[in-house]
Design a protein around this ligand. Structure first.
Ligand SMILES: Nc1ncnc2c1ncn2[C@@H]1O[C@H](COP(=O)(O)OP(=O)(O)OP(=O)(O)O)[C@@H](O)[C@H]1O
Ligand SMILES: [Mg+2]
Length: 318
């Protein structure tokens, strides 16, 4: 069953220097219980896409397009209608774990409130459920530690707490924005295992935003590569990692350290991502592309369905 359908989604902001395009005509759909990885360099629009899915964009944002979740067009919902869904059916683990937790409130207060608001639980039951969820997410002695404050935990533990809070209402869709970026390697692996385990147990649909193809390889079924607010390539992880079709994806993968590349010089992609106020008329990657053709500058590539059923937005790949 298709749980999420995004149709021609764009997010723009009026800025002093002109209209800034953060997300540019993105469409994709997601089957229930699958995991989508979204990768791309800093500023490519990953978090803005996630915030649009959550209905949490700044009030100054101009959003167009459709978001259909579980049969409902949630992009038409107002803030009150969204509040019934957010934290309940769709939840998010935000990019910055420290600012996502309120430093002045104990975990007990923050976590129980979610259940009391969304599931009309009484405090005692909400507290029990929160303790169970902390335990499931690997927090030791949850019965006492739930009365602690966010600063009493390490970065890795705070990330577990955020995941536990997001999972309290057993959401159908979880969006995790860079859930492991701030963590050391062993903690990263533990958090990825935790996400894998809860996703499997709860048959939850998961969207993971990351810079790291390692995270994509270990966690995701599909991957979407973004650049300049647009999709460059979309496909099944196994196939896309084996045979990336877009020159941008190829460049990203070549610039990633792996054991096989030990001793070799890593590829470094020349140039910088485009300014989102002055996006090129054609493909946003054209100025940095090793395979650019004459038309790339002026004509936006239409999606090409590849042999492996992936989709690539590139003139050179068609
Ligand atoms: N409130 C806002 N007003 C104007 N522009 C914004 C606003 N929020 C984000 N942007 C712009 O939208 C673009 C996309 O930002 P976004 O945060 O989605 O990138 P990202 O891919 O998540 O990057 P990172 O990997 O660094 O987290 C950026 O150019 C950013 O400056
Ligand atoms: Mg981001």
């Amino acid at each position: 069953m298709c749980i999420l359908d995004v149709e021609d989604l764009s997010v723009k902001y009026a800025t002093r220097s002109g209209l800034l395009t953060a997300v540019n005509h993105i469409s994709f759909s997601l089957m229930q219980g699958t995991t989508l990885g979204i990768v791309g360099e800093s500023g490519s629009g990953k978090s803005q896409l996630a915030m649009a899915l959550m209905g949490l964009l700044d009030t100054s944002a101009r959003q167009t397009g459709k978001i259909i979740f579980d049969g409902q067009t949630i992009s038409d919902f107002d803030r009150t209608q969204r509040r019934h869904i957010n934290g309940n059916r769709i939840a998010m683990v935000f990019q910055d774990p420290m600012s996502a937790l309120n430093p002045y409130l104990s975990l007990a207060t923050q976590m129980t409130e979610v259940l009391m608001v969304h599931q009309q639980m009484r405090y005692k039951q909400a507290l029990e459920q929160s303790i169970t969820m902390l335990a499931e997410c690997g927090i030791d002695e949850p019965k006492t530690r739930i009365h602690s404050y966010p600063h009493e935990f390490s970065g890795g533990m705070r990330q577990r707490i955020l995941i536990a809070t997001a999972l309290l209402c057993r959401p159908a869709l979880l969006i995790a924005d860079e859930p492991t970026t701030a963590l050391d390697v062993s903690m990263q692996a533990q958090i990825l295992d935790l996400l894998k385990q809860v996703q499997h147990q709860q048959k939850m649909t998961l969207i993971v935003i990351t810079h790291d193809f390692g995270v994509v390889a270990s966690l995701c079924d599909q991957v979407m590569v973004m650049y300049g607010g647009q999709v460059m390539e979309y496909g099944l992880v196994a196939e896309l990692l084996q045979q990336p079709l877009h020159p941008y994806t190829q460049g990203l993968l070549e610039s990633m350290p792996t054991l096989k590349k030990t001793g070799k010089q890593l590829y470094s992609m020349p140039g910088d991502p485009p300014d989102p106020v002055y996006l090129p008329q054609g493909c946003p990657f054209e100025p940095r592309c090793r395979q650019r053709l004459a038309e790339c500058k002026t004509i936006k590539p239409e999606p090409v369905i590849a042999e492996n059923a992936g989709m690539v937005f590139c003139h050179a790949a068609s």
